[in-house]
Design a protein around this ligand. Structure first.
Ligand code: HEC
Length: 148
């Protein structure tokens, strides 16, 4: 062993440790970023911020059996693929029959249908005429299940 090798090895060890620490930190940061992305990622159910004014919106429709029947047709066409024909929810789409949704005001449901929930799979239906969106709300109301 010559004199030069000892410091050389030492330097290598020190460099290795520093590099290891840096790489470790980078990996941790990457993992953290992935975890955050996964938490707020697409398709994850999460609460949309429904503005307070939305709750004040009142349906302009007088809800008759015809209006509900029309809403049901629209629901089958536009919503059932995700929420199921009975609104109980398929995959990650919300169960529309339970308290959480049914306790919302009509205006809030209308807002939800109009705007969707960006960052989830709930799309915006602003392209549908307002009357049809209110008909959908009227139909969703009939899905309320008894009990909690
Ligand atoms: C491509 C799938 C998809 C389609 C189509 C879809 N939804 Fe949704 N919907 C979702 C998902 C996913 C959520 C849950 C997102 C969330 O938690 O905000 C949701 C949430 C909702 C909510 C919110 C429940 C709440 O108060 O938290 C309502 C109301 C709703 N959908 C109604 C409808 C209606 C009415 C239609 C048809 C006009 C429709 N959805 C079509 C996927 C869909």
């Amino acid at each position: 062993m010559t004199r030069g090798t000892v410091p050389g090895t030492l330097l290598g060890t020190v460099l290795g440790a520093v590099l290891g620490a840096v790489l470790g930190a980078v990996t941790l940061a990457t993992l953290a970023a992935i975890a955050v992305t996964a938490t707020v990622g697409f398709g994850q159910p999460r609460e949309a911020t429904v503005p307070a004014v939305a709750a004040q919106l009142e349906s302009p429709l007088v809800v008759t059996p015809d209006i509900v029947a029309g809403g049901k047709k629209l629901f089958r066409r536009h919503c059932a693929e995700c929420h199921g024909p009975l609104g109980t929810g398929l995959r990650d789409a919300a169960d529309l029959t339970g308290r959480e949704v049914q306790d919302r005001r009509d205006g809030e449901l209308f807002w939800y249908v109009t705007n969707g929930n960006p960052g989830t799979r709930m799309p915006s239906f602003s392209r549908l005429p307002e009357q049809q969106r209110w008909q959908l709300v009227a139909f969703v109301r009939t899905l309320r299940r008894a009990g909690p």
